[in-house]
Ligand binder design. Structure first.
Ligand SMILES: Cc1cc2nc3c(=O)[nH]c(=O)nc-3n(C[C@H](O)[C@H](O)[C@H](O)COP(=O)(O)OP(=O)(O)OC[C@H]3O[C@@H](n4cnc5c(N)ncnc54)[C@H](O)[C@@H]3O)c2cc1C
Length: 434
């Protein structure tokens, strides 16, 4: 049986290694820490949680809880160990960090065919899973660039918030392209003079996330957050991303005082991003301040804006929907570098990269769970989303519509969850249980 190289002993790399080992493959797992450290990790432990110790909700009617349910059925190492060392955290799955890392190591160490190599890996061969995370080392970054092409690797997120279409108040919104160009590609949210100045005032006073020293230079030199732009003068946004020129509100045929533009983020018309709203505000402040825009007063934020260091590839261009490279199907990417976002999502991509690498080596058909599941919808999204790809976490908005419409949000979530659970059970019975 082939020996597989897994680069990175984080959440994705450990999960991928486990899936390979339990299928009988030998694994060389490269982890550069503690010899070479990242600017954020503090230990040499496998699967170190870099920030929060929470793996988010356990409620199976939330997309995060559903993802955990699916991963548990798929025999995920990360979920198994997290559950074994959980600490009280209400409805969330939070863990003791040290016990979590130790549990992961102990589980992997049961396999004789695992070889942990404490070295920085600087090259990528065939039959490799690259799982080096948001803080991939510089020399491996160069190797990835060579593999994917210079323009297909990104080094930071400067992401504007994304809202669900169904939560936008369409009475305060209108479709139109500036000067009538571009058809109805943009959804425009008008603000009158009072609304605009109140919004700008709240924006400049809102609490921001403090960037780490190593992040400041590269991020701010590339992209200015909207709150910084607002600080330059109370009218700067009206002459920048909120400019109303060329836009007329069909309600009164007049040009609004200012306009927030939203652009479609997906192919199903379910997700919209706030154009030019790259922001460094705390999530709670984004919810408070952006809801001052009348059409967004009840907005459901599918993803908040972030600006931080994050190494990730242009997944829709580089990867197929199994996490394999389109140009070389024996090289897989997993974890944050593959374009997913978050601890559990990273584990999910590691799990499928591991399973699919094993199947590739065995000459079997590669697996993609149905798009009605949390796993399948995220795999589909990252390999097919539109241009200007930004990393994504799991969300019901990534799934295909339900057959029936539910006005009640709780009922809708339950319906998405029930449909996904049924689909993943069938998938596991058919392909995973041997
Ligand atoms: C500052 C910061 C805070 C975050 N906070 C959260 C949070 O609270 N919640 C959340 O869900 N997500 C958070 N994230 C995202 C988080 O990084 C991912 O969810 C998760 O860690 C990704 O798992 P991974 O396996 O892809 O990467 P990692 O867990 O980072 O694992 C990658 C591993 O690869 C190793 N490595 C890198 N280059 C090499 C090389 N050349 N050779 C060998 N080894 C190498 C690294 O040392 C590391 O151990 C945060 C990210 C950052 C940067």
């Amino acid at each position: 049986m082939k020996k597989i190289k897994v680069i990175g002993g984080g959440l994705a790399g450990c999960e991928a290694s486990y899936q390979l080992l339990k299928r009988g493959f030998a694994v060389d797992l490269y982890e550069m820490r503690p010899t070479v450290m990242t600017p954020i990790h503090k230990t040499g432990d496998l699967a170190e949680l870099v920030c929060s110790n929470s793996l988010k909700s356990m409620d199976e009617n939330t997309s995060q809880g559903l993802l955990k349910y699916e991963l548990e059925l798929l025999d995920s190492l990360i979920i198994k160990v997290a559950k074994a060392c959980k600490v009280p955290a209400g409805g969330a799955l939070a863990v003791s960090r040290e016990e979590f890392s130790k549990g992961i190591y102990d589980e992997l160490a049961k396999y004789e065919k695992l070889n942990i190599i404490r070295e920085e890996c600087t090259s990528i061969d065939d039959y490799t899973i690259v799982a080096t995370g948001p803080l991939t080392s510089d020399s491996l970054t160069d190797a990835i660039k060579t593999l994917t092409g210079e323009g297909e690797l990104h080094f930071y997120d400067a992401v504007a918030p994304i809202v669900s279409r169904e939560s936008i108040d369409m009475n305060n919104a209108f479709y139109a392209g500036r000067y009538g160009k571009g058809g109805d590609d943009y959804l425009n949210l008008p603000l009158d003079e009072t609304q605009y100045y109140e919004f700008v005032d709240a924006l400049v006073k809102a609490d921001r996330v403090i960037l780490k020293e190593f992040e400041k230079k590269e991020i701010f030199s590339a992209c200015m957050p909207i709150e910084e732009m607002a600080r330059k003068g109370k009218d700067s946004l009206r002459f920048g991303p909120l400019k109303p020129v060329g836009l007329y509100n069909p309600k009164d045929n007049k040009r609004p005082f200012a306009v927030v533009q939203l652009r479609k983020e997906d192919n199903y018309d379910k997700l919209y991003n706030l154009v030019g709203f790259q922001t460094n505000l705390k999530f709670s402040e984004q919810a408070r301040v952006f809801k001052m825009i009348p059409a967004l007063s009840n907005a459901d934020f599918i993803r908040y804006g972030v600006m931080h260091r994050n190494t990730y590839i242009n997944a829709p261009k580089v990867l197929d929907n199994t996490f394999a490279m389109k140009e070389n199907n024996s090289i897989f990417f997993a974890g944050q570098i593959s374009g997913v976002e978050g601890y559990v999502e990273s584990a999910m991509s590691g799990l499928f990269a591991g399973i699919n690498m094993a199947r590739l080596c065995n000459g079997e058909k590669l697996l993609i769970p149905p798009i009605t599941t949390a796993c399948g919808s995220l795999m589909h999204y990252i390999s097919s989303s539109k241009k200007d790809f930004q990393p994504m976490h799991v969300s019901y908005s990534l799934m295909t519509e339900l057959d029936k419409r539910y006005r009640d949000k709780a009922k809708r979530r339950e319906a998405y969850s029930n449909r996904a659970k049924k689909a993943i059970k069938e998938f596991v019975d058919r392909y995973i249980k041997e």
